[in-house]
Write a protein that binds this ligand. Structure first.
Ligand code: PLP
Length: 354
């Protein structure tokens, strides 16, 4: 049975659990606790199911028009994919083809090394400093590409745009991907740099701030040349980018600016309140600009908190990995959910039964 030797073997990304039990308080995958914009429901309900016979628009025009209008960019600067995971994977495949190692932080989104392994791209993980910040000089070495999430996941740490700009400017021979999955929660986007730097790709998603993880919409913005190469690779896989419903409903999500801003504000307000509560309980954490907090307690092991919370129906994220194995990544839910989390953390730490 020699065929198995010829198989492309990969170690897949392990996402946070999606428990079937609805009663669980789910603070483990950075989803939005609020529903998507109200107009989306109307559109979904009035959608003519007969249209599903047909292939969707390859250009996802309605969605790309809405995005171009919102971000003040041109169609040739925009690429749309099935969640930003799809966009990022396609960008790795397209742009990281030199044979030289690509660079990304040692503590970061745990999909990057998975794609690198899948596509046989060599990589080097640069160590974040003790405050979980990027050491920009590490990204000035010879490389085959760079990917940095900003704000970073799972730390929530935001790097300044001028730091990113220095990295982009210092690497004219590589594509630099900035993964802005969390930028809407208080980060400054690098989008304004795409006109100036042909090698910069900014990637965003509808899964967090736009409350649509289930529809799978992500997009990238960059120079027309980058986008052109990305589309060539994408259309060599599958030329029907987005399904019809995602195009319609995604466009509506972008159009309802007021609802979007209101949702983001609610989450940010809750995040800032929860930071104070956690500080009062002795937790330490980097200042998060995402919809989550990456917190450790000096006296109580994160693993124990994680397991006990889970036993009480509260799911947070925990990684048994070097440097971060005493941290919990806690997604910001509704105020009510966060109050339940806090009171359970208190009772676990006081060793009380639930
Ligand atoms: C959630 C996340 C993504 C992927 O989101 P999609 O649901 O695939 O759009 C990408 N990068 C980071 C850093 C994330 O946290």
């Amino acid at each position: 049975m020699g065929w198995e030797e010829n198989v492309r073997k990969v170690t897949p990304y392990v996402p946070g659990e999606q428990p079937g039990d609805k009663k669980v308080i789910k603070l483990n995958t950075n989803e939005c606790p609020y529903p998507p914009a109200p107009g989306i429901r109307k559109l979904a309900e009035s959608f003519d199911y007969n249209r599903l016979r047909l292939y969707p628009d390859t250009e996802a025009k309605k969605l790309s028009d809405a995005l171009c209008a919102y971000y003040h960019i041109r169609q040739e600067q925009l690429f749309i994919g099935i969640g930003s995971d799809d966009v990022l994977a396609m960008a790795f495949l397209t742009f990281f083809h030199s044979g030289k190692p690509i660079l990304f932080p040692d503590i970061t989104y745990s999909f990057y090394d998975v794609w690198a392994d899948l596509f046989r791209i060599p990589y080097r993980q640069n160590k974040l400093d003790e405050k979980f910040c990027i050491v920009k000089e590490d990204y000035m070495a010879e490389n085959g590409g760079i990917v940095i999430p900003n704000p970073n996941a799972p730390t929530g740490v935001l790097e300044r745009v001028d730091v990113i700009e220095e990295i982009v400017a210092a690497n004219p021979d590589s594509v630099v991907i900035i993964d802005e999955a969390y930028v809407d929660f208080g980060g400054e986007s690098c989008l304004r740099l795409i006109g100036q730097y042909e090698n910069l790709l900014v990637v965003q998603t509808f899964s967090k701030s736009r409350a649509m993880a289930g529809l799978r919409i992500g997009f990238a913005m960059g120079s027309p040349k980058l986008i052109h190469y990305l589309k060539d690779a994408k259309f060599s896989f599958n030329s029907y980018t987005m399904n019809m419903l995602s195009v319609e409903l995604g466009a509506e999500a972008v159009r309802d600016v007021a609802y979007f801003k209101d949702t983001v504000k609610k989450i940010v307000d809750t995040r800032e309140r929860v930071k104070k509560e956690l500080l009062g309980m002795g937790f330490v954490f980097p200042d998060s600009r995402g919809n989550f907090i990456f917190a450790a307690h000096p006296d109580v092991p994160a693993k124990r908190l994680f397991e006990e919370l889970k036993g009480r129906g509260i799911y947070v994220r925990y990684w048994e990995k070097p440097r971060i194995d005493n941290y919990l990544r806690i997604t910001i839910g509704t105020d009510e959910e966060m109050d339940i989390l806090i009171s359970n953390l208190r009772s676990i730490m006081e060793n009380k039964p639930e």
